[in-house]
Design a protein around this ligand. Structure first.
Ligand code: OSB
Ligand code: MG
Length: 380
């Protein structure tokens, strides 16, 4: 990889078409941190930091990530050149605890940069084997079962290959039952609790076994694997872990303990593509299917997710909905769409992430910007 000269950090504000509610909070307007990475030859790459507005999904927020990137992480890579993008994570992780989403933003930007330097699509650089990825939708918590059924019917009509329903105590069994009855037995349905339950709720959660869900995502604590193993022994529905899997080691723990049978890989949550690939590989060896989760990304983060989801063990539809599901207008061209089989196409005809950043739109939406250089370049 040629030397990295500059990282421009930007915060943009992007309003969601409608608020997105999970058990731990609601998002109305996304505050998104974008990274523009420039190498010594003037090649430009992009990435997105998926940290949220509030520390309700993980400890990180856009503000902590901004600080971590500016103060500790960017100086590790600026002015450096790596033999291979898979080495960047190691450099970022040494003696810096946590901040996975901040690390991932830099690391994934370096993968895009190398893909562009080598003139290959990001999917190819990562080892992707698919040219289309099955698309699912994640539907936020609604006020009542009827409202949720309406959303689910709309998603079914739109052609999604999987429908994920956010649940929480008080909005679970009756809500899931109503959707299953409305959509029939064949639709791939799942529920995501975002850690809203404890093991004391096991008998209640077992009631969800009646609805033939393809999985239940993260019912228990965000850092737990032990109690999930106990719950999995009590439920027939496969458990999928999201929040709990922050490293390859946690994926190995899940497999060894039987805490779940599926993993949702979000590259931001685990520190980037190198760790995502390692988790993908360890799961493949152990016959654990994975799928790519989402964090309400703009078209830039979505491009990275889609490239990752083109790897072979991404066997289940990802939370990779088209741009129009989230935004009035995305910040990339072309916008992300799905075909009439509910598949998103992996851009294989262009180097890097495969979409163009709409700079006018980004400039319009930018509320904060900082340029990070290295001392040899005189702008540190
Ligand atoms: O748990 O998967 C989750 C969004 C924000 C925080 C956590 C989650 C989600 C989603 C969104 O489910 C999926 C998407 O980006 O469409
Ligand atoms: Mg989840």
């Amino acid at each position: 990889m040629s030397r990295l000269e500059r990282i421009t950090l930007r915060e943009i504000r992007l309003p969601l078409k409608e608020p997105f509610r999970i058990s731990s909070g609601v998002v109305t307007d996304r505050r998104i941190c974008l990274l523009e990475l420039t190498d010594v030859d003037g090649t430009v790459a992009w990435s997105e930091c998926v940290a949220g507005e509030q520390p309700n999904y993980s400890a990180e927020t856009i503000d902590t990530a901004w600080l971590a990137i500016e103060q500790w992480l960017a100086p590790r890579v600026l002015g450096a050149s790596f033999d291979d993008p898979s080495h960047v994570y190691t450099a970022l992780d040494r003696n810096i605890v946590g901040h996975n989403m901040a690390k991932a933003a830099i690391e994934m930007g370096c993968w895009d940069l190398v893909a562009r330097q080598r003139s290959v699509p990001l999917s190819q650089l990562l080892g992707g084997t698919r040219d289309r990825v099955a698309t699912g939708i994640s539907i936020g918590i609604q006020a009542n079962p009827a409202a949720l059924v309406q959303r689910a019917l709309d998603a079914y009509e739109a052609g999604y290959n999987k429908i994920k329903l956010k649940i929480q105590p008080g909005a679970d069994v009756a809500f899931v039952r109503a959707v299953r009855e409305a959509l029939g037995p064949d639709m791939h349905l799942m529920a995501d609790a975002n850690s809203a339950y404890t093991l004391d709720d096991a008998d209640h959660l077992v009631e969800l076994d009646a609805f033939n869900l393809i999985m239940i995502e993260q019912p228990l604590g965000r850092d737990d694997v032990l109690r999930h193993a106990s719950l999995q022994r009590q439920m027939t529905t496969p458990i999928c872990l999201d929040e709990s899997i922050t490293s390859v080691e946690r994926a190995e723990d899940m497999i060894a303990l039987g805490s779940g049978r599926i993993i949702n890989i979000k590259p931001g949550r685990v520190g980037g593509f190198a760790v995502s690939k390692a988790i993908h590989d360890v799961c493949e060896l152990n016959a654990i299917p994975v799928w790519c989760g989402g964090m309400l990304e703009s078209g830039i983060g979505r491009a990275h997710n889609i490239a990752l989801a083109s790897l072979p063990n991404f066997q289940l539809p990802g939370d990779l909905s088209p741009s129009a599901r989230y935004w009035e207008r995305d910040i990339v061209t072309p916008e992300w769409t799905m075909d009439d089989e509910g598949m998103v196409h992996v851009p294989l005809d262009r180097p890097g992430i495969g979409v163009t950043v709409d700079m006018d739109r980004v400039d319009d939406l930018t509320v904060r910007r900082v340029e990070l250089g290295h001392s040899a370049a005189g702008i540190s």
